[in-house]
Design a protein. Sequence first.
Length: 95
Amino acid sequence: MNDQEAIVLLKSDSHEAFEYLYKVYGGQVYNFSKLYINSSEDIKEVVQEVFVKLWEARSFLREDENFRGFLFIVGILSLTARKKHLMKTSINCLF
């Protein structure tokens, strides 16, 4: 299976295709997230968010578009949201 085949199958609700994409890209999303967040628990939550959003958006994916770019954008958005949450939590602990 390659990425394009996996996306076509994913659009048909294939759990196998989802698992394939997770196995191929989960580690990359994790490593990218490590550049911005130190906590392994928070990084795992970001990875989970990215792949939940992938599942939710599966019907909108196009097999001819850059899948890695999609994951990168979703990852950046999830990281930004996570960092904001962590900053709010840290500030609230001070008061």
